[in-house]
Design a protein around this ligand. Structure first.
Ligand SMILES: Cc1cc2nc3c(=O)[nH]c(=O)nc-3n(C[C@H](O)[C@H](O)[C@H](O)COP(=O)(O)OP(=O)(O)OC[C@H]3O[C@@H](n4cnc5c(N)ncnc54)[C@H](O)[C@@H]3O)c2cc1C
Length: 377
């Protein structure tokens, strides 16, 4: 039986472990805390699932495949992991990022529509869209209940025979093994899926930034049925309606300060709230003064081009990371891809290598603070 050690029980490491265990591997999963712990990126309250990725077809296809996989995982777990609220992209130009996305969705036959801002706005109790050219609508997109989904995948992985080891791992030289709290574990392959901790272990082209997220209190009649999720590529903002009573998420996607996932404070800042509130007041005016109901601090593991890292560091030793703030949704489909790579059945695309990355925007949002930019497409 082929054996593998996966380090990191975030949604990437868990999904890969589940996939490998279900395709005949003996899997040991080493995690320094418990799956779903507060510091991991996968323990956020929610994560968006959308297929639009500008002109990139690879990620669009993967997100669409992942959507199916999340629905199946939800059925297996007996929980609604994906809330199919639909998602709107607010476009300022007729020929910008959103129209390139729409073209890809059309090519791949992924459901979508182009809406007049006024018509799109009717789906929200309070909406201002007079600065928009159009709205790109993904009716099958939605919101993942992230922490619940992470814990559900952990349960499925355990049931599939994955052995969980609670320890902090360090590399065992260049050999296919790890030293887990002093104990040497070896296997045919090792995969380091360590999120924001990866740069502390390997030389990877990645920076870690602090990200504050905010949920604002809404009137009770805004809470059901779920409002659409939304993304604003140009102004680096995103959010969704109330899920599970936590309030409406409206958050800036602007890249925050450098951050240490282990020792960084988990208390949100006034500056973070100001960025979120700026957008709230601009787009959903009735909520301009709404109190913050719930907030979290998380971290992005960013590469300069927002492309991931799937690379062999030494013979049989793989690095999986650099999710760049857009990796949750893809996890089950990415796990299938990486499982084939680890098994030697496929080569990873060159874009995921350890080469120095050329800065590029286009896979998530522009990443710049809304207050310092004028929307341009
Ligand atoms: C604010 C915010 C918003 C986001 N929004 C979205 C979104 O809308 N849609 C989307 O798709 N994605 C989104 N993301 C990104 C998504 O959360 C991540 O892509 C995903 O959670 C990454 O999972 P991971 O398993 O790689 O990392 P993590 O969940 O961080 O897990 C890594 C794990 O490795 C463990 N570990 C590290 N080092 C060691 C070691 N040496 N030994 C043992 N264990 C170790 C850690 O304890 C941790 O549990 C967002 C992220 C943030 C921060």
């Amino acid at each position: 039986m082929k054996s593998v050690i996966v380090v990191g029980a975030g949604v990437w490491g868990l999904s890969l472990s589940l996939r490998l265990a279900e395709t005949g591997w003996r899997v040991t999963l080493v995690e320094q805390y418990a799956p779903g712990h507060v510091r991991q990126a996968s323990a956020g309250h929610t994560r968006l699932l959308r297929s639009s990725h500008g002109s990139d077809e690879w990620y669009a296809r993967m997100a669409w495949r992942a959507r199916e996989a999340w629905l199946r995982l939800g059925e297996r777990a007996g929980e609604e992991l994906l809330v199919e609220s639909g998602l709107m992209w607010f476009a300022y130009q007729e020929d910008g990022w959103e129209s390139r996305s729409a073209q890809v969705l059309k090519n791949l036959e992924i459901p979508h529509g182009l809406l007049e801002p006024e018509k799109a706005g009717r789906r929200f109790p309070s909406f201002r869209g007079d600065d928009l050219a159009f709205v790109l609508w993904e009716p099958k997109a939605g919101v993942l209940r992230a922490r619940e989904a992470t814990l559900a995948v952990a349960r499925l992985a355990r049931a599939a025979g994955v052995t969980f080891v609670r320890a902090r791992a360090v590399p065992y030289g260049e050999r296919t093994g790890v030293v887990a709290d002093g104990e040497v574990l070896t296997a045919d392959r090792v995969v380091w899926a360590c999120g924001a901790w990866l740069p502390g272990l390997f030389d990877v082209p990645m920076t870690i930034t602090r990200q504050d997220t905010f949920h604002f209190a809404v009137p009770r009649d805004w809470t059901s049925p779920p409002l659409p999720a939304f993304c604003d590529f140009d102004l680096s903002a995103y959010g969704h309606g109330d899920i599970g009573g936590a309030g409406m998420k409206v958050t800036s996607d602007a890249e925050g300060e450098p951050y240490d996932p282990e020792t960084g404070s988990r208390q949100v800042t006034a500056a973070g709230e100001e960025l979120a509130r700026d957008y709230l007041g601009r787009r959903f005016p009735a909520l301009a003064g709404a109190p913050v109901l719930f907030s979290q601090v998380c971290q992005y593991a960013l590469t300069a081009d927002a492309e991931w890292i799937i690379a062999e560091a030494a013979d049989g030793v793989w690095l999986l990371g650099g999710d760049s703030g857009h990796g949750f949704k893809h996890a089950p489909a990415l796990a299938e891809y990486v499982a084939d790579v680890v098994d030697g059945l496929a080569e990873p695309d060159r874009r995921f290598g350890l080469h120095e990355r050329v800065p590029a925007r286009g896979l998530r949002t522009s990443g710049s603070p809304a207050t310092r930019r004028t929307p341009s497409g």
